[in-house]
Design a protein around this ligand. Sequence first.
Ligand SMILES: [Cu+2]
Length: 112
Amino acid sequence: MGRVKRVLVIALLVLASCAKGASSGTVQIDGNDKLRFVPDRLTLTAGKHHFAFRNVGQLNHELRVVGVYTTGTIAGGSSGSFDATVAKGTYQFVCRIDNHDRSGMVGTIVVR
Ligand SMILES: [Cu+2]
């Protein structure tokens, strides 16, 4: 997928997330200074979800669902969230701040 197309897809996803509609629920994911997500594996139904990220550590972290959206940098003790509509498939989520993903700060979302 080209860069322009990818940006368009993300823009559409974010637009979709602003539209009113029933949410499929909140997906709560914590990130900690052991560079782990809790939980690190989730199964969701396709549709709109509210992704709520809580940084329970002191370092900066993010919740980035690859190809979907990111909370951006979330300081220790803070939270961030976004709404996104996800289609069936398997998605990685990572924290790329200071390459935390390379130390294992990764997870998997399976959308059915
Ligand atoms: Cu991190």
